[in-house]
Ligand binder design. Structure first.
Ligand code: PMP
Length: 403
């Protein structure tokens, strides 16, 4: 059992006063707050070991390089990857997907080839493929939703044909908070010899990932959604794909030799890490994952699932409530009557309660649902049932004011 009171002590920001009220932070799907050990790591790297990595013969550079490569190993273990060179550091989920679109696309895709995504994708798993559509003429095929807002797996099976080259879907929807059956999705794709990218932005903080068991070809996530710093993320890719794919960015670090006549590229993972990496952020991300491991991701998930269950139960007592989909994780989206979510969010903000409202970077899903947007509450390990009680009281008050 986790001691949430103790955990909260590691997050000084949770004591913030917002308009005279103690902050209730329920926007964790957008970004999580950071524990002191992560904040201290950033400060510690700059005060004790700052030097550019991978190129220095001198002591500090070697210390920083060792710490950064230690983080790569931490990430490898955290997701159960076979090789640490299958872990590529990026700026986040968005950059990781763009990397795959550009490098996998550049190597394997031509006009008429098809990529399957779903109706519930974040813009970062839509637009990179649309850019390829414009650049090389690929086609996008979209998995529709069932009446319960889950992925329609029967319809998904029918999308495959001789032109299908890649499937790219979210593990957990950032709007609905529903978990997609990614193992089944991957098995179906593999039965057609088609690789799969899983957008793990919303699953990594709440789910044990065993990448080899899942058998995903690519898995991407952002550090800032799992108690790590902003500006760093991960692309996991199977060695065979990463080795075959052309590089993404060109520059220092990603080369072996550079001649004006011909340049040869570095081995994995450096081939995909051009330029000075955010080694400070990467080292702090390693710390964040160690911190999560020290609590146990299963314990975190259990706590958050209970919060979600409790929030759904309480919200369902409010007349006119609509909760979208069947949230089974740490986020839920709702509307009440014809109250605009932005109005609701503004009133809650005045009460010190931070939720997110709008399209959540998933406009096609919001259009499909035929609504102006949603109000979304999302939870992290430091949230409590008391937070939810205050949130529910806030919602009830807002409803009275707006009705
Ligand atoms: N995919 C999903 C499912 C997300 O929730 C997010 C962040 N909201 C992203 C991708 C993009 O993540 P980032 O902005 O950290 O690159």
């Amino acid at each position: 059992m986790l001691d949430i009171k103790d955990i909260r002590k590691e997050f000084p920001i949770l004591d913030s006063q917002i308009y005279g009220k103690t902050l209730i932070y329920l926007d964790n799907a957008a970004t999580t707050q950071k524990p002191l050990c992560v904040i201290d790591t950033i400060s510690n790297v700059y005060t004790t070991m700052n030097a550019n990595v991978h190129r220095g013969i001198h002591h500090l550079s070697q210390v920083a390089t060792t710490a950064m490569e230690g983080s790569r190993e931490t990430v490898r273990k955290f997701i159960g990857a076979e090789h640490s060179h299958e872990i590529i550091f990026t700026r986040g989920t968005t950059e990781s997907i763009n990397l795959v679109a550009s490098s996998f696309g550049g190597t394997y895709l031509k006009a008429g080839d098809e990529v399957i995504i779903s109706t519930m994708e974040h813009h970062s798993n839509i637009v990179p493929w649309q850019l390829l559509q414009e650049r090389i003429g690929i086609k996008l095929r979209i998995i529709p939703l069932t009446a319960e807002c889950g992925l329609d797996i029967e319809a998904y099976k029918r999308l495959f044909n001789g032109q299908t080259r890649l499937v790219s879907v979210a593990h957990v929807s950032n709007v609905l908070g529903v978990t997609n059956p990614v193992k089944e999705i991957i098995e179906i794709a593999h039965s057609h010899d088609v690789p799969v990218l899983i957008d793990g932005a919303q699953s990594i903080p709440h789910t044990r990932i065993d990448i080899q068991e899942l058998d995903a070809d690519f898995f991407v996530f952002s550090g800032h959604k799992i108690y790590g710093p902003t500006g760093v993320g991960v692309l996991y890719g199977k060695e065979k794909w990463l080795n075959a794919m052309q590089p993404y960015h060109g520059g220092g670090e990603m080369i072996k030799t550079v001649r004006f006549e011909k340049t040869t590229f570095n081995e994995l993972p450096y081939k995909f890490e051009a330029g000075t990496p955010d080694y400070v952020g990467i080292i702090a991300l390693g710390k964040a994952l160690e911190w999560v491991d020290s609590l146990g991701i299963e314990n975190i998930a259990m706590h958050e699932h209970e919060l979600t269950r409790y929030a759904v139960e309480k919200l369902n007592t409010i007349p006119g409530i609509r909760i979208f989909g069947k949230p089974d994780g740490a986020a839920l989206s709702f509307l009440i009557g014809d109250i605009h979510p932005a109005d609701l969010g503004t009133i809650l903000d005045r009460l010190g309660i931070a939720i997110r409202t709008g399209h959540h970077c998933a406009q096609p899903l919001i259009d499909y649902l035929g609504i102006p947007g949603t109000a979304r509450a999302s939870f992290a390990v430091y949230n409590t049932k008391e937070d939810i009680d205050i949130f529910i009281k806030g919602v009830e008050r807002a409803v009275k004011m707006l009705s």
